[in-house]
Design a protein around this ligand. Structure first.
Ligand code: R5P
Length: 315
């Protein structure tokens, strides 16, 4: 057992860290973060962490290189300050897309980043809705992988949408398993949008498999909204097939490039995302609803600190 729990936050999502601290009834640790004129990140701990059980909260979302580097430097700082154990709490794990060599002469960035985090000195990782669950295996240390689906499902259940008219839609082939789990928890029929990616920012979506969706209420679930192309395209497909209302649910609001513009242009009742990443005011949308993952992460931190089961949180 480790004596004292210390919660520290990088600059990626301080409001989430503050909410986790409130959940745990602790004060966020004193750390000074700034940049040297050339952009180098400067970190200074203003408290003792010797022998402590340190949890560093830092999603590695945009700007992914800066947030990742800051996480690595924070880990190094705590290690050199003699923390007893360091857990990297990464609610959104960036660089996850390249998780295999699907063509010649390309990197596996997810593995590279996992190596960097463990080499820097992290003893454990706590993360949520990895782009591909097998990325857990890239870390040579324990990884606790949480799911935000129950939180999104609870939100949609409270909307009391008509069960007989509900269709859960997977925006692509890769999200089928996740979408079927949502069907299990919130009910409804199931449909899949046929998506073919044409570039990193564009994709083509035309056909709808399953349904029927005419006159129904569609909820499209994805793990993340990045440039918004997949989601906006899926909304267009279900609308063209006659859906009367369309809701959207996603864990990670990466929201970069044309995302908010694309989402604004299509008819969506509500876009429900978590606070795994910070949404800047300019990225906000009138129909955006944010559900908090702070209690989920806070409870996981509490249990890890006390050496209690975390798998309880997956139910
Ligand atoms: C794809 O595999 C993912 O689940 C998301 O659909 C994708 O990353 C979203 O990207 P974008 O918003 O840029 O279409």
């Amino acid at each position: 057992m480790y004596e004292q729990l210390v919660l520290l936050s990088g600059r990626a999502n301080p409001p989430l860290a503050a909410e986790i601290a409130r959940y745990l009834g602790v004060t966020l640790g004193a750390v000074e973060l700034s940049n040297f004129p050339d952009g180098e990140i400067s970190v200074r701990l203003n408290q003792n962490v010797r022998g402590c059980d340190v949890f560093l909260i830092q999603p590695t979302g945009p700007s992914v290189n800066d947030t990742l580097m800051e996480l690595l430097i924070l880990i190094d700082t705590c290690k050199r300050a003699s923390a007893a154990r360091i857990t990297a709490v990464i609610p959104y794990f960036g660089y996850a897309r390249q998780d295999r060599k699907d063509m010649g002469r390309v990197p596996i960035t997810a593995k590279l980043v996992a190596n960097l985090i463990t080499k820097a000195g992290a003893d454990r990782v706590l993360t949520m809705d990895l782009h591909a669950a097998q990325i857990q295996g890239f870390f040579d240390c324990p990884v606790d992988h949480l799911y935000a689906a129950p939180i999104l499902d609870e939100y949609f259940r409270k909307l009391n949408l008509p069960q007989d008219k509900l269709v859960v839609v997977s925006p692509d082939e890769g999200s089928i398993k996740r979408s079927l789990q949502h069907v299990e928890h919130i009910g409804g029929q199931f449909a899949i949008v046929d998506k073919r990616r044409t570039s990193a920012v564009d994709c083509r979506q035309e056909n709808l498999i399953g349904g029927p969706i005419a006159g129904k209420v569609a909820i499209i679930f994805d793990d993340m909204i990045t440039t918004g192309g997949s989601m906006a395209g899926a909304v267009k497909v279900v609308t063209a097939h006659g859906a009367s209302k369309v809701y959207v649910g996603a864990t990670h609001p990466v929201f970069c490039g044309p995302a908010t513009g694309r989402l604004r242009e299509v008819p969506i009742e509500e876009i429900v995302v978590t606070n795994s990443l910070l949404i800047r005011p300019e990225q906000s949308l009138p129909n955006l609803k944010i559900v908090s993952v702070a209690p989920l992460l806070g409870e996981a931190i509490r249990r890890i600190h006390r050496n209690e089961s975390v798998s309880y949180l997956f139910d």
